[in-house]
Write a protein that binds this ligand. Structure first.
Ligand code: ZN
Ligand code: ZN
Length: 313
């Protein structure tokens, strides 16, 4: 889930895609809080015109590992898959940012790095604790979702998240959409909000760097008002900013892009597809990430000794 760009008075000018986006560097699958199987996502992304895809599930690399395993079916022709992850970090004192969180994407991480896996396993445990606590709060509020939760296939969901809870609420008749569940119950300051457990941005950035990856600050529409925070993160290793984020209007793409240019940060972008608001094709149709964004990210990762991507050529 994302920071919602706001705080400007002009009517939002939507981004008009130049064509089908050839790059999508921000997607989720059923291995975290998305709804599609990883194998279905790569097929649908390739069919929509994507040539470079990163699956950035929360706190796990399961989708990348599955799709690149020796026994796995070949990736769709013409699709390159980049290892990715998203770590939702607690900011402690910086309460002015959305829900007190900064979301850090990692690209090009070594997919079997043991130290990184240890950090992610801790994050996933924190997610399970938060999930169980949220179910307890819902029970106390007279909205038990336990029956629906028992039907979840926890064998395929590596990382639980609030969208998972929201879908259980829909299934149990307490909400009409994921957005509705967040707005009335699950967002910070709403009655079923339970604080997250997990690492802060410094540990996440260090861990991504130590695993050979490039840390990128996700969907931070308020970048221009928080440039000093970004400079502080850059000093410890932040390497990029997500500029071409699907729900940013043109003013936000421009302003976050200006900050990236000024600080010399790599620009990334993507749909943040989860699957609740439409099919991949529908979400992709409103996403614009230029090809050069993928090229520059791959160049930034090119110092590594191993190949940055798995490909379907
Ligand atoms: Zn996020
Ligand atoms: Zn995301």
């Amino acid at each position: 889930m994302s920071t919602r760009p706001d705080r400007h008075e002009d009517p939002a000018r939507p981004v008009v895609p130049d064509g089908p986006a050839p790059v999508d560097l921000h997607t989720h699958t059923l291995r975290s809080d998305g709804t599609l199987d990883p194998g279905d996502l790569v097929v649908q992304a390739a069919a929509a015109g994507v040539h470079l895809l990163a699956i950035t599930d929360h706190d796990n690399l399961a989708a990348y590992r599955e799709l690149t395993a020796t026994a796995a079916p070949a990736l769709p022709a013409g699709l390159d898959l980049l290892p990715g992850v998203e770590i939702n970090c607690l900011t402690g004192g910086a309460r002015e940012v959305f829900e007190g969180e900064l979301h850090i994407l990692g690209f090009g991480i070594r997919p079997y790095d043991e130290a990184f896996e240890t950090l992610l396993a801790g994050q996933r445990q924190g997610r399970r604790v938060r999930f169980e606590r949220t179910l307890g709060v819902l029970r106390n509020l007279g909205m038990p979702v336990d029956a629906a939760a028992e039907r979840l296939d926890l064998g395929v969901i590596e990382s639980l998240g609030r969208p998972t809870v929201a879908r259980l609420m829909i299934e149990s008749g307490y909400a009409t959409s994921v957005e509705d569940a967040f707005e009335r119950w699950l967002s910070r300051s709403r009655p079923a909000y339970v604080p997250r457990e997990g690492v802060g941005p410094v540990r996440a950035i260090n861990a991504i760097r130590a695993a050979g990856g490039l840390p990128v600050l996700a969907h931070f529409g308020e970048a221009e008002n928080h440039e000093s925070t970004i400079r502080d993160l850059q000093a410890i290793g932040l390497g990029g900013l997500e500029v071409f984020y699907r729900t940013f209007d043109q003013a936000h793409v421009d302003s976050v892009g200006r900050v990236a240019d000024e600080l010399g940060l790599v620009k990334t972008g993507g749909s943040d597809f989860h699957g609740d608001t439409g099919t991949y094709a529908e979400v992709h149709a409103t996403t614009w990430v230029p090809a050069v964004v993928g090229e520059r990210l791959l160049n930034a990762l090119a110092r590594r000794t191993e190949p940055a991507v798995a490909n379907g050529d």
